[in-house]
Ligand binder design. Structure first.
Ligand SMILES: Nc1ncnc2c1ncn2[C@@H]1O[C@H](COP(=O)(O)OP(=O)(O)OP(=O)(O)O)[C@@H](O)[C@H]1O
Ligand SMILES: [Mg+2]
Length: 462
């Protein structure tokens, strides 16, 4: 695929620019805060219908302007998007009005590489889930509605869990008060204070989630939360939500796990190009296995340790189980975790708590990888994304590289550029003049050079 022309009006800091591109690489050089990322954001928006930086579409409209326009010529098709305040979007494809974003997002697939990709590796699991979900959204048009459906059911179940936990609290509170009514007033006051602390939820829940004494407590009959497993587990409304949650949730898990296993071999191969001595692996982790894996990964060699783990659904999952098996496991874990969920007042089981782990020579990259290895892993994940899009959509995505090369050493920068060279239309930004000559050296005369300055972009004549 190939973006031939781009026009922006009132988009971020650009009041009116028009650019023409060829099929090769375009290099945007400019100082900080000149509009390089804004430009890539506009291309990413044409591709995905959303910004990679902000959730509020209104932020894309130039300050003080009433609308923004993005007009793009892509492989003979004309996409025109008019953004109005209030998240209003008017879409025209080939001059005809369209209702859905999907009417234009399928036209120009793209993969964006940004310095923030490091968060995928370093930060919490939501960044990793987002990576997988964004890829799945771009390759399966229905994935977004599957996720929306799951989220709705999850919200309903969470409300129910909260109300059951509240009722449970009131009931045990009353039982305690009536038990204590025979005693003198002073004792009663002390116990009320203790019991409200005991059932305040947060501390109790955390203790329970981390597998401390609460299980023991409930088995021994101390602590009234032990009643989960009787009335609550038999609650028909909860069972209905569990069934629905597991139905949609298992579809999400299956798709994500399939994706992780699909990119696994490519990821290992790419990592070996950057670090020949490293054996890299990527593994999907179900919410119900996460705790065990985290405990091990921070301390010792996970691959050895996994062999010893008796995880509820087997070892670190390598092959993707059939969907029915995932669903049944999900249902049984919902039952098993109900007591913890009542303490937490939220659902802790399901794909909204899943993760994936990257191992370098068997060790967790988050704890043991160098900064460079972490950066290269993030880049390799994006390179895998390109392959998935090519294989499934049978289209070559355009690549948007936002100042990522300047963070690599020259050898690895060359490897990245050689991997994408001549294959994809590529937009590269940099604020470092030294990298302009590096990139030109690798791309030879095939590169189009542009200067980004004073809210404008001009091409350097060859
Ligand atoms: N809605 C908007 N309207 C007008 N200007 C905006 C808007 N949003 C952001 N800007 C401005 O756009 C400018 C350029 O931002 P951008 O992130 O593209 O810079 P950059 O060239 O990528 O810089 P850096 O090299 O530091 O990453 C910033 O000064 C910012 O204040
Ligand atoms: Mg930038």
């Amino acid at each position: 695929m190939y973006l031939k022309e781009l026009q922006l009006k009132n988009f971020r800091n650009y009041s009116d620019i028009s650019l023409k591109f060829d099929r090769n690489a375009a290099l945007f050089f400019g100082n900080n805060a000149q509009g390089k990322t804004n430009l890539l954001e506009s291309i990413s928006y044409i591709s995905s219908g959303k910004s990679h930086r902000v959730t509020n579409q209104d932020d894309l409209i130039g300050w003080g302007c009433e609308f923004a326009l993005i007009r793009a010529q892509v492989n003979g098709r004309l996409i025109e998007l008019e953004l109005r305040p209030g998240n209003i979007l008017k879409i025209k494809v080939d001059k005809a009005y369209c209702r859905k974003k999907a009417d234009f997002t399928s036209i120009l697939p793209s993969v964006i590489f940004t310095p923030e990709d490091l968060k995928i590796i370093k930060d919490g699991p939501s960044n990793r889930r987002d990576l997988l979900d964004n890829i799945l959204e771009s390759i399966y048009p229905d994935f977004n509605s599957l996720k929306t459906q799951y989220q709705k059911i999850l919200n309903q179940r969470n409300s129910l869990i909260k109300s059951i936990a509240g009722a449970e609290f009131n009931r045990s509170f009353k039982v305690r008060r009536s038990d204590e009514s025979g005693r003198d007033n002073t004792d009663s006051r002390i116990d009320i204070a203790n019991s409200s602390k005991k059932y305040s939820g947060v501390d109790e829940g955390r203790r329970s989630y981390e597998g401390e004494s609460s299980d023991e407590e409930s088995r021994s009959g101390k602590g009234n939360r032990g009643s989960a497993g009787t009335e609550e587990t038999n609650n028909p409304t909860l069972s209905a939500w569990d069934e629905n949650l597991a139905k949609y949730g298992s579809e999400i898990i299956k798709k994500r796990h399939d994706l992780v296993n699909r990119i696994g071999p490519d990821f290992s191969r790419l990592m070996r190009k950057f670090f020949p001595e490293i054996e890299a692996g990527i593994f999907y982790i179900y919410s119900w296995n996460r705790k065990s894996v985290e405990l091990v990964s921070s301390e010792s060699d996970i691959s050895d340790a996994c062999a010893d783990l008796s995880l509820p659904c087997g070892k670190l999952p390598q092959t993707v189980p059939p969907i029915e098996e995932i669903k049944q496991c999900f249902l049984s874990m919902l039952k098993q975790n109900l007591k913890k969920e009542l303490s937490y007042k939220t659902t802790i089981t399901g794909p909204h708590r899943d993760d994936f782990i990257i191992l370098l020579n068997g060790k967790d990259i988050r704890s043991f990888g160098s900064q460079g290895q972490q950066r290269i892993s993030a880049i390799s994940l994006r390179l895998c994304e390109i392959e998935v899009i090519r294989e499934i959509l049978k289209k070559d995505p355009v690549l948007l590289l936002d100042d990522i090369l300047s963070e690599l050493d020259f050898t690895r920068e060359k490897i990245v550029l050689n991997l994408i060279k001549d294959k994809y239309q590529t937009f590269i930004t940099t604020s470092n003049i030294n990298y302009v000559s590096h990139i030109k050296e690798i791309e030879k005369d095939k590169i189009q050079e542009l200067i980004v300055k004073d809210n404008s972009i001009c091409e350097v004549k060859k």
